[in-house]
Write a protein that binds this ligand. Structure first.
Ligand code: S3P
Length: 161
């Protein structure tokens, strides 16, 4: 069984939906952010703060390469994994890639209710930054094998789709 990759912006439900799919299909669940943290012994926040976004992108790509060598996993990815050249193709060539999408306002509301550290959104106007990043990344997100709009559905419904 090929891997199933969940890509998409922060707050679109990749980890929650991924865990549900892993239970449904009795497959192993992995999360690239968690793997980066385990590999480095540092949190995402620390990597961005003490090193840089570029360093984080290198680490998440290293983790992704390892994942693509394995099969049968549900993979939840960090929202920006697609901006590193070649990563989307790596995923498409080693599995089925699903983008979870949501509109900027829904994302903004969901992230306000979530205490996960998201260094890229620690700015004065997070909603504007969400819109800017969504626009910048849209071309990658729409290039997945499948796209699921999650704004008005539950994680369970997204997993069922
Ligand atoms: C990022 C998304 C985060 C995490 C990091 C950068 C991004 O993951 O990888 O903060 O660039 O969109 P989630 O999408 O799981 O929040």
């Amino acid at each position: 069984m090929k891997n199933i990759y969940l890509i998409g912006f922060m707050g679109t439900g990749k980890s929650t939906v991924g865990r549900l799919l892993a239970e449904d299909f009795k497959m192993k669940f992995v999360d690239t952010d968690k793997m980066v943290e385990e590999m480095t012994g540092r949190t995402i926040g620390e990597i961005f703060e003490e090193s840089s976004e570029a360093e984080f992108r290198k680490l998440e790509t290293e983790v992704l390469r390892k994942i693509t060598e394995e099969k049968g996993m549900i993979v939840s990815t960090g929202g920006g994994i697609v901006v590193t050249r070649g990563n989307l193709d790596l995923m498409k060539n080693s599995g089925h890639v699903f983008t979870l999408i949501a509109d900027a306002h829904t994302i903004h509301e969901r992230l306000k209710a979530d205490d996960t550290c998201r260094p890229l959104l620690e700015v004065a106007e997070p909603l504007d930054e969400i819109k800017r990043l969504l626009f910048e990344r849209a071309a990658f997100y729409i290039n997945a094998h499948h796209i699921i709009e999650t704004s008005d559905i539950t994680p369970r419904e997204a997993a069922d789709q």
